[in-house]
Design a protein around this ligand. Structure first.
Ligand code: AMP
Ligand code: MG
Length: 345
């Protein structure tokens, strides 16, 4: 991965006059920093450079703080600590970690275990497999599965505690933490009076008020087929979040199959079906968690999870023998109508 130093040195602050800026002549500022094993990009509208700089500092610091709590790569993260300290006894945890674990557990229940934050022993095997380019040994994987299962993790909301059933359990919040971090960075900006901003933690985006003089943030849909299916390839959204899950970046090609970094918890195998899921939701924590869960469930079982929620939309692109198939939720179809089809505002 690119070194922190390199990016810290090139911390960029670019001010661009917003076209037709109205309220208080807000200007657009952009910056990027490496966090959570990826690059975090922020665009925000501020009155001046000092306000923008204060915003970037607060937002990036918040993401760094969350990485320190939620990372499964950092041995002393709170997430890793509880795997050592909360075995067989409840341990009080930070409200951030509690929120992420509580959202993970309710998604696990709802998806019948397709989303599972206790898959750490398995995701570590697949990480090593991607590095060595060999799929994990099946016997080793079966053994690792004995230490997984969301029902072995217990939360007590009143006391804000967590307890794990077994030693050797490992948690991995990689399917939900980036969306939560995007939400939290946006909230940090709000606190400084910056209402119109977009935070992108890799493929997990959260954004607030529309840019001045515009209807929304213009979010590109990562599928060339969208326009062929009659959808606009750009959504205009405000006060929402968008997450995309797929195997485009992290996968292992072996024996003619492509194994995704997203795991089917029942078998411990990386998904081999070619599926990309984009979810729009009111919060990043939900968009992120759902996009991972729907990837595991597939369109038939996953779309009902999307349709039953107000304000949640999804586009699922599957490829069978290279032929793309697009499945869009009802809200997605409305959001992605080309401008000429939309009723005048
Ligand atoms: P995302 O890119 O948000 O879909 O998250 C993928 C990441 O989530 C993986 O790299 C793993 O760290 C983790 N993960 C993989 N499979 C699952 C799963 N079934 N449930 C929850 N998290 C998962
Ligand atoms: Mg996710």
């Amino acid at each position: 991965m690119t070194s922190n130093k390199l990016y810290a040195a090139s911390f960029a602050l670019i001010a661009v006059l917003a076209g037709g800026a109205q309220p208080a002549d807000l200007c657009l500022f952009e910056a990027a920093e490496p966090h959570m094993g990826t690059i975090v990009h922020i665009k925000l509208y501020a009155a001046d450079q000092p306000q923008a700089e204060a915003g970037f500092r607060a937002a990036f610091d918040r993401v760094r703080q969350l990485d320190g709590l939620l990372s499964d790569y950092k041995p002393d993260s709170e997430l890793n600590m509880i795997c050592r300290t909360a075995v067989g006894r409840p341990v009080r945890i930070s409200s951030d970690l509690f929120r992420v674990l509580a959202a993970s557990q309710s998604l696990a229940e709802e998806s019948q275990g397709a989303f599972d934050v206790t898959l750490g022993p398995i995701t570590r095997l697949w990480r090593a497999a991607r590095a060595s380019r060999h799929p994990p040994d099946l016997a080793v994987m079966r053994e690792a599965l004995r230490f997984c299962g969301y029902r072995k993790l217990h939360l007590d909301e009143a006391r804000r505690t967590v307890m794990l059933d077994q030693p050797g359990m490992q948690l991995d919040a990689g399917g939900i933490a980036k969306g939560y971090a995007a939400d939290a960075a946006l909230a940090a900006l709000e606190q400084l009076g910056i209402h119109s901003a977009l935070v992108a933690v890799s493929g997990d985006l959260a954004f607030g008020e529309a840019p001045p003089g515009q209807h929304g943030w213009r979010i590109g849909i990562p599928s060339v087929e969208a326009s062929q299916a009659g959808f606009s390839s750009v959504l205009e959204l405000s006060h929402a979040a968008v997450s995309t899950s797929g195997d485009a970046e992290q996968h292992l090609d072996s024996g003619g199959a492509r194994y995704s970094h997203i795991i089917a918890p029942a078998s411990g195998m990386g998904l081999t079906r070619d599926i990309t899921v984009t979810v729009v939701a009111p919060q990043g924590i939900l968009a992120d968690g759902l996009s991972t869960a729907v990837s595991v469930l597939g369109a038939d079982r996953g779309m009902p999870l999307v349709e039953k929620r107000q304000g949640v939309a999804a586009l699922i692109v599957t490829r069978d023998g290279g032929m793309p198939r697009l499945i869009a939720s009802s809200l997605f179809r409305r959001l992605a109508k080309p401008p000429s089809d939309k009723p005048a505002r």
